[in-house]
Ligand binder design. Structure first.
Ligand SMILES: Nc1ncnc2c1ncn2[C@@H]1O[C@H](COP(=O)(O)OP(=O)(O)OP(=O)(O)O)[C@@H](O)[C@H]1O
Ligand SMILES: [Mg+2]
Length: 408
């Protein structure tokens, strides 16, 4: 199997943000959603895993992205975000994360979206690097092709992403690839967020975007080109020298050659990447679909066409233990929701109180069946210890009484 390097450099630089805790105590209710686990924090929002009751009485897990207070208070940003999220909610495609809801409650502004159980591409690269697992080229091509498929669909609906980056490419454990956060970058751009937030976005910016020009679908094609370049080389495309700003590197956007890895028909693949990375967007691929067609043709001709099934199997093979651990952590958080943490729920007036039993799917899972059995066994053991102590105490008392009667 052909593989590409996923160097520590790529992983470390892509994961420089430290993990943060959410701003709310959990569990916590926002609108229809019961937030029970903090998944992460991006440049503008906290990401929570939440549960929502369905109309027929069941429940589903969703992601609630709560805009950080400093941005939610920015009226231009909020208005743009609402407008863009409404457009994004109209997208329905296997390679695009579905936006389900948009709401405001008190000062909080949030977007509810499909939960993709898995890693984002940045996280996948980090894990590959940490475990010394090379990422097979066929899966790198697959992830970029699936991203392009989602982008092409959105572009045909007249929506440009503007922030295509590894952290916005979500990979499910089933081997699906979905792009998230459509429209959010536009709200960022229009509302002149703080410099730190904007700077964090420069790594995958097209030169026209970095130079402050207008941005169209070809900027997303360029970002997909950077992602493919990085996956093939295991290095960051834009690298700032000491004291230099990454946005200035993006403005120059000097094209960097790819090193030969001995792949079949490699020149053909490199030409696709170079065409996506053309500084002049008139010379670049004009659509995500055009780049996708070339990549598909290359993958087929070079025998590197794969499927979500094979990708999912590979993920499970390589990261099975971590996948199970992640699922357990999330299930534990959901379990706590109904079993011990309820008093901490901040329920607004009139909200229905969640049922005091674990959701059916949790009660049925092996993990929780095992937890329940272990708890029952502990309780039984405790009862036995108490019983034996009582018997021993009674025996000691009886002997003591008999001895004191005899001696009296
Ligand atoms: N729908 C989702 N399903 C599962 N995980 C998600 C989902 N959306 C986001 N995440 C996770 O939450 C993390 C943080 O997302 P967020 O979009 O806030 O930040 P980011 O992508 O790192 O930065 P940016 O502010 O540039 O978008 C993501 O990297 C991803 O791992
Ligand atoms: Mg994001």
């Amino acid at each position: 199997m052909l593989t590409a390097p996923t160097s520590t450099l790529l992983a470390a630089r892509t994961l420089s943000r430290p993990p943060a805790l959410g701003t709310r105590p959990l569990p916590s209710r926002v609108g229809r959603y019961l937030l029970f686990d903090h998944v992460g924090r991006g440049g503008m929002a906290d990401i929570y895993l939440a549960r929502v009751e369905t109309e027929l009485g069941g429940s589903r897990r969703v992601i609630v992205k709560e805009v950080l207070p400093k941005h939610a208070e920015n009226s231009v940003f909020s208005a743009m975000l609402v407008a863009e999220a409404k457009l994004a909610a109209g997208l329905s495609h296997a390679n695009v994360v579905t936006v389900e809801d948009l709401g405001r409650e008190g000062g909080a502004l949030y977007i509810a979206m499909e939960y993709v159980e898995g890693f984002d591409l940045r996280e996948l690269c980090r894990r590959c690097s940490q475990a010394g697992v090379p990422l097979p080229i066929e899966f790198s091509l697959f992830m970029v092709m699936e991203t392009l498929r989602g982008l092409d669909y959105a572009h045909r609906k007249k929506l440009v992403h503007r922030d295509v980056s590894p952290s916005n490419v979500l990979i499910s454990f089933e081997g699906e690839v979905k792009i998230c956060d459509f429209g959010i970058a536009r709200a960022n751009a229009e509302s002149e967020l703080d410099e730190e937030t904007v700077r964090g976005k420069a790594g995958y910016m097209s030169p026209e975007h970095a130079r402050g020009g207008d941005v169209d679908a070809r900027a997303d094609v360029y970002a997909a080109g950077i992602i493919l370049w990085e996956l093939l080389s295991g290095r960051r495309y834009y690298r700032a020298a000491q004291g230099e700003k990454l946005i200035d590197v993006a403005r120059r956007a000097e094209q960097k050659p790819l090193i030969s890895r001995g792949l079949p028909k490699e020149k053909e693949l490199h030409n696709i990447v170079y065409r996506a990375l053309e500084i002049d967007r008139e010379v670049r691929y004009q659509t995500a679909g055009a780049m996708l067609r070339d990549l598909e043709a290359y993958a087929t001709r070079s025998g590197q066409y794969t499927s979500p099934l094979r990708f999912g199997e590979w993920l499970m093979e390589r990261f099975g233990a971590e996948i199970v651990e992640l699922r357990r952590t999330r299930e534990r958080a959901a379990w706590g929701l109904t079993h011990k943490a309820l008093p901490r729920v901040m329920l607004p007036e009139g909200s229905p109180i969640p049922p005091p039993v674990a959701p059916v799917e949790i009660r049925k899972t092996g993990t929780f069946a095992k937890v329940a059995i272990a708890r029952k066994a502990k309780a039984t053991a405790r009862a036995w210890v108490a019983y034996l102590l009582a018997v021993a105490a009674a025996t000691v008392m009886a002997i003591w009484c008999a001895l004191s009667t005899g001696s009296g």
